[in-house]
Design a protein around this ligand. Sequence first.
Ligand code: ATP
Length: 295
Amino acid sequence: TNVFFRPVEKINAVIESYPKGIAGFKRYLEILDTEPDVADSPGAIEATGLRGDIRYQGVTFGYEEGRSILRNLDLSIRAGETVAFVGPSGAGKTTICSLLPRFYDVNEGSITIDGIDIRQMTLASLRRQIGIVQQDVFLFSGTIRENIAYGKLDADLEEIWEAARRARLDDVIRNLPEGMDTVIGERGVKLSGGQKQRLAIARMFLKNPPILILDEATSALDTETELAIQQSLAELSQGRTTLVVAHRLTTIKNADRIVVVNEDGVAEQGRHQELIAAGGIYHRLHQAQFGAVYQ
Ligand code: ATP
């Protein structure tokens, strides 16, 4: 799950479309001293208005020479579909997702969105089409307003409140000493884990990308917070192609499709009830992870 946390890539994932200068952000930029492995191809095109039809074709990928994590992976995801990736730790669920914004390039095969190879798109425009919500939310020292607006720097206050409302963060903000202008981060008000996640969701409502990648938290939040986050994530994924590295049973059950990944690649696919009825790997995983009471 750690692929998204590496600072360089994390910044690349969001920085592309944004002018510099937002409070606290330039300092963070200075960490960005490593050349990324991936770059724009000559003649790369601007990807705009993608529908989000995703296809992995014969994808082989490994982080190191001679050790492939994915071998000849084929996977099609329809525009608007929500796919939950499940499987044992280390099977490659996060890796599959991290290839889409090109944190790494495939060794063989291709990934297309709406039929266009992602290597033919500029990195910046590709990444504008993909929103990532991960466990470890990146906050900078600045106001809560600035932190939410990080999803869309030219957003006006009304849009920011609307995004906060949809992320169920508006009540939290109203209760802060200076509302939207409250400074958060290292030297300001500390947000709880659940509040940070809602802030990340608010950013995504602003960014409004056709494709979403959700790296679901493994750490438990209290039930009420959990429910609020589940609900706003469900709303966020409406009408977007959504790839979830899933750990929560509700997410898995509500997905349009569950893709079971193991060392051999995609082992099974289907809806919860279908896979339970099939009595295969998912059935066993499910019993091991969530116990016998699963209906
Ligand atoms: P989890 O459920 O634990 O998050 P996962 O199915 O998402 O696991 P990945 O994170 O995709 O699995 O990891 C697949 C394999 O690739 C693992 O063996 C992991 O150690 C390795 N791996 C992941 N990221 C890197 C990296 N940046 N460099 C080298 N190896 C990596």
